[in-house]
Design a protein around this ligand. Sequence first.
Ligand code: FES
Length: 314
Amino acid sequence: MSWVEMKARGLRQEAEGILAVELCMADASPLPFRWEPGAHVDVQTGSGVVRQYSLTNLADEGCVRLAIKHADDSRGGSRWLHQQLRVGDRLRVSAPRNLFPLQPGNGPVLLVAAGIGVTPLLAMYRQCRAQQRPVQLLYFSRSAAHGAFVEQLRDDPAVRLISGLCAADVGAYLDQHLPAWQPDSQLYTCGPDGFMSSVQQLAGERGWPSSALFQEHFQASIVSDSPATELVLARSGKSVTVQAGETLVAAAERAGVSIPTSCGMGMCGACMTGVVSGEVEHRDQYLSDAERASGQWIMPCVSGCAGGRLELNA
Ligand code: FES
């Protein structure tokens, strides 16, 4: 992974629990990269942990803008940024990568965001507006105070800001407002898993084909393997039983085998490991369909074993 050194040029409390961060190159040179909406960067915080954050702005602005939610269970990523980062501080930032690109086309785009899920959709919204592509943004937040960027969005007729609804009312609102599919339309959603599932399910019922539906998971869901899973580490000649709720990386670590990681969320590729035998349950967002189908690779920070035994080249 290639890193650049950036400097915090601006910090703003954007909403309840959300810090807006503007980064420029530490040596004031132009940005050495560009990106498309939906992209994210890895940020190495002063606590040493690496976290992924979506870019909320477009590349031609010449700086990187992020919006960082303070995670209640933060292990030093968002907590450090919220509490320790000051204007002028330096951070290591990766070149942007995009697992959630806006697809080409001129058809209408519907963006459905909840909470901090608005960040990649905001960049998409701006791009569509800049290209005069029809776009609508539905943005759900826990309360008006939790809504980020509302000053810029409030008077925009293409944006609906919805706050303070309970989960059942969010469902009812979506039921009322999610349109039927029109040819060439695309729907992008980002937010908590349950929210995105509701959006996808309703959209399916309204005729949206899966090829027109796109979503981004902020956090890979870690599903427990069967407690009886045996992990064999072929190169090291070790084996270990994976415990319920434990990642394969953690199980390998217990056996004394260190698998390199970065994001720990199945997004960056740092932990990519060869599979010698066994069936993989893929839970990452990194491998291509072809790589998954080959059965040769696994991202062990999040993925697991679909059978009772998995042998990895580690
Ligand atoms: S550590 Fe990033 S994909 Fe596994």
